[in-house]
Design a protein around this ligand. Structure first.
Ligand SMILES: Cc1cc2nc3c(=O)[nH]c(=O)nc-3n(C[C@H](O)[C@H](O)[C@H](O)COP(=O)(O)O)c2cc1C
Length: 375
């Protein structure tokens, strides 16, 4: 049976601020730090985080596609679970949250991606979300002995990849395809996914080319918010909506935050200083930045920004740092919602302890603030 995805997938729900978790499939979670209590990737640990997300009716559980880590003292994101198989397991063990698989287009043939996605959509009864990433991490493509496409070409390939995936999900007649990157003979896929017309699609395109891809083809857009005024954040979010409307589309824009909560603001700041400045894995962050800022990714990172970006990745993989008391954390979430963000992925330096504290102490205040009401 097929179900309208607006009914089955909580990512399309009407709560004012949707919530999710991020990178709970990888060792260290979102931090690069020799911090005790950071996520140690085992199946029971990743399931515990999914169950906590479910207890708070989170809308999305988002993994990161990573094939090798960044070295240094802790090799963050090295050990980890592959996204499709992880999502299948998480989907089977939960009943309400949206479950995401993140897919590198270069690593999965579109027939495999469409087929695996359909299985997870059946397991979750229509809660599945496909997150498409074009890739930027050359040591990963080297490991597969694959040629890394240039930045613009990656998106051309992504367009063709996604058009094949969508045809497999939606067309009952077999079809042939002969494109630049793929050739399909008698393309066939049954059963179709549960979600109609097809599963939710997510993307985090940030470059000009990436933004056009995201708004033209995807439903949920992830964006990195550099700290700024509410007006700046609002303008940043609105720019995605304006671009989407040029294509006659509506999109939802999400970001990620990293929550560092203390009894007092000073306690929270001291803890940030401890796990980032004293315990941070700066060698791993340096390795990561070299790959991230490589010419092939066309990011043009100014030299003087590199240290600050390393810190942003160490503290919470680029998520907005929310450092303070529970009231301050809720205030900041309120501001992000007021700025037009539809959803926020939350991470914590000590992921499981952080999620428990959030459930017991902070989440009730998030609800009191009306952020979990129907919009
Ligand atoms: C929330 C979020 C999740 C992402 N997940 C992944 C991932 O799992 N694997 C990956 O290789 N890149 C990931 N990326 C990077 C993006 O795919 C992309 O390279 C980046 O946003 C830059 O966009 P651009 O390609 O338009 O320059 C993620 C980015 C964001 C903001």
């Amino acid at each position: 049976m097929r179900i309208d995805r607006r009914q089955s997938n909580p990512a399309f729900g009407t709560r004012k601020l949707k919530l999710g978790t991020f990178q709970t499939n990888l060792d260290s979670g979102c931090v690069m730090s020799d911090l005790d209590g950071r996520l140690e990737i085992t199946w029971p640990n990743t399931v515990a985080l999914a169950k906590l997300a479910e207890e708070m009716a989170f809308e999305a559980i988002v993994p990161v596609a990573r094939w090798r880590g960044f070295g240094g003292a802790t090799n963050p994101q090295g050990p980890g679970f592959e996204c499709y198989t992880w999502a299948a397991g998480i989907g089977a063990l939960t009943t309400t949250p949206g479950v995401v698989s993140t897919s590198h287009i270069w690593a999965s043939h579109p027939i495999i991606a469409a087929k695996q996605s359909a299985v997870i959509d059946h397991i979750t009864n229509g809660r599945y979300i496909l997150n498409i990433v074009t890739g930027w991490n050359q040591p990963e493509t080297d490991m597969f002995a694959r040629r890394m496409l240039g930045h613009e070409e990656r998106y051309a390939c992504a367009e063709e990849w996604l058009s094949i995936v969508r045809r497999l999900w939606t067309e009952d007649e077999e079809f042939d395809h002969e494109g630049t990157y793929y050739k399909i003979a008698k393309g066939y896929l049954q059963p179709k996914p549960i979600q109609a017309p097809y599963p939710a699609i997510m993307n985090a395109g940030a470059s000009e080319r990436g933004r056009h891809f995201a708004v033209k083809y995807c439903d949920l857009i992830f964006t990195v918010i550099r700290t700024g005024t509410i007006e700046e954040v609002r303008a940043h979010v609105q720019a995605y909506h304006a671009l989407a409307r040029d294509y006659g589309r509506e999109v939802r824009v999400w970001t990620s935050v990293n929550i560092v909560q203390g009894e007092t603001e000073q306690d929270a700041r001291d803890f940030y200083d401890y796990y980032v400045r004293q315990k941070g894995d700066w060698a791993a962050a340096q390795n990561m930045m070299e790959v991230f800022a490589a010419d092939v990714n066309q990011r043009n990172v100014p030299r003087e920004r590199i240290k600050a970006m390393q810190e942003a990745f160490i503290q919470g993989w680029g998520g907005v740092p929310l450092v303070g008391t529970k009231e301050q954390i809720v205030d900041r979430l309120q501001t992000l919602s007021d700025a037009g963000l539809d959803g926020v992925l939350v991470a914590f330096p000590r992921y499981e302890a952080g999620m428990r504290e959030f459930r017991d102490v902070t989440y009730p205040l998030v609800c009191q603030a009306g952020l979990r009401d129907e919009a």
